[in-house]
Design a protein around this ligand. Structure first.
Ligand SMILES: Nc1ncnc2c1ncn2[C@@H]1O[C@H](COP(=O)(O)OP(=O)(O)O)[C@@H](O)[C@H]1O
Ligand SMILES: [Mg+2]
Length: 351
């Protein structure tokens, strides 16, 4: 421990112990094994090389150590602030396409915006970028700034939106492989002139394939929201997505049930077209917060097609606006809780 305390990370000028980089350390039979967990951006960087050298040097000076083995892993998605000015990055994911992930991304963003929070939207759904249409910004273009950054267009509602859709004509097909998709999303994150944002909502591609996986790893996420419809098949896929986030150490902020029910205007009765309460039960069974359910309503579809999401807040019946309000409130509460516990504590296991 004394030797590790003398290993100083050159950029932060603090010891690897104080920075919480040491996941495990063991000395036996003349050998020392050190397991480091470094922030993603340091892995493979000159800083890692320097740390290896310094660790070797410090440990070789320790009595009884003749051999040093260093292993380096990337620290899984904790809240690391690689996006200056952006407080929270919230991914919206789903196990399946067509469950309303993009619609919900936009409605969540607008719900936050309407509470006076500065909000942006990033379209990471490379298979079907739909945020330009849903936010009524199809005609917009992403302009470059003098310092080589990309200015996200702003919707009428004041949401900053970035999407591949602004760069590729809507009728053209882009074939993305995982690394390419990851690269473009990283570009939009790192070079996007987002300014000061309280929340950046990221519409992730559905499923647990290569692309959502790499993206969830490469974006510094506060957490993920999993959207699901109540049917069993959709639920099974949502649980797979949930397990993927868990494996990647992305905190799951909660489940949202979309198309929860239809309020029959003639009878006033709730009709559970896709099943009743399944997502909430699955959330409880897995100890995940349930953020709420959004009913099926024609206005939600129409306002999406018209690129006018604010209609869902201003012209929708009470059962829709109240549901949205509840989901936004619960999401903010989960973000607050997550931030309160997100200070990474140095973890040291000595065997
Ligand atoms: N609660 C809802 N009520 C009515 N239509 C909805 C609702 N949620 C989504 N839709 C519609 O369902 C379709 C698919 O939604 P979308 O958000 O594009 O799904 P995804 O991004 O998961 O593929 C869209 O036409 C959208 O307007
Ligand atoms: Mg979508």
């Amino acid at each position: 421990m004394g030797a590790l305390r003398r290993v100083i990370e050159p950029t932060a000028n603090k010891s690897v112990l104080d920075l919480g980089f040491v996941r495990a350390a063991r000395v036996a039979d003349g050998a020392a094994w050190i397991d480091y967990e470094l922030p993603e951006q340091l892995v493979g960087s000159p800083v890692e090389q320097e740390l290896r050298l310094r660790t070797n040097a410090a440990l070789h000076m320790t009595a009884g150590v003749e051999r040093v083995e260093i292993r380096v892993a990337a620290r899984p998605g904790r809240v690391t602030n690689t996006l200056p000015g952006v407080q929270n990055v919230i991914a919206v994911g789903a196990g399946k396409g067509g469950v309303g992930k993009s619609t919900l991304s936009v409605l969540l963003a607008l719900g936050l915006k309407r509470r006076g929070l500065r909000t942006g939207l990033l379209d990471a759904d490379v298979y079907g970028p739909s945020l330009p249409k849903l936010t009524g910004t199809e005609a917009a273009q992403a302009e470059g700034t003098a310092d080589g950054r990309i200015l996200p267009p702003e919707s009428d509602d004041g949401l900053k939106v970035m999407s591949m859709g602004y760069l590729v004509p809507a009728n053209e097909v882009v074939v993305w492989r995982g690394p390419m998709a990851q690269k473009y999303v990283k570009e939009f994150l790192d070079r996007g002139a987002w300014g000061e944002l309280d929340h950046l909502i990221v519409d992730l591609p559905p499923g647990t394939g290569d692309i959502p996986l790499t993206l969830s790893q490469s974006i510094p996420l506060t957490g993920a929201v999993v959207v699901c419809t109540p049917q069993d098949v959709a639920l099974l896929d949502a649980l797979k997505a949930y397990r993927m986030y868990r494996k990647l150490n992305v905190p799951v902020l909660g489940f949202v049930e979309n198309m929860s029910y239809y309020l029959n205007p003639a009878t006033g009765a709730r009709e559970y077209i896709f099943g009743n309460g399944g997502v909430e039960r699955a959330a409880r069974a897995n100890d995940v917060p349930y953020l709420g359910g959004l009913p099926l309503h024609q206005l939600i579809r129409e306002s999406g097609d018209a690129g006018s999401p604010k209609d869902c807040f201003t012209h929708a019946p009470a059962h829709v606006t109240e549901a949205l309000d509840q989901i936004v409130t619960n999401l903010l509460e989960q973000v607050r809780l997550r931030r309160a516990e997100a200070t990474p504590l140095p973890q040291l296991r000595i065997r």
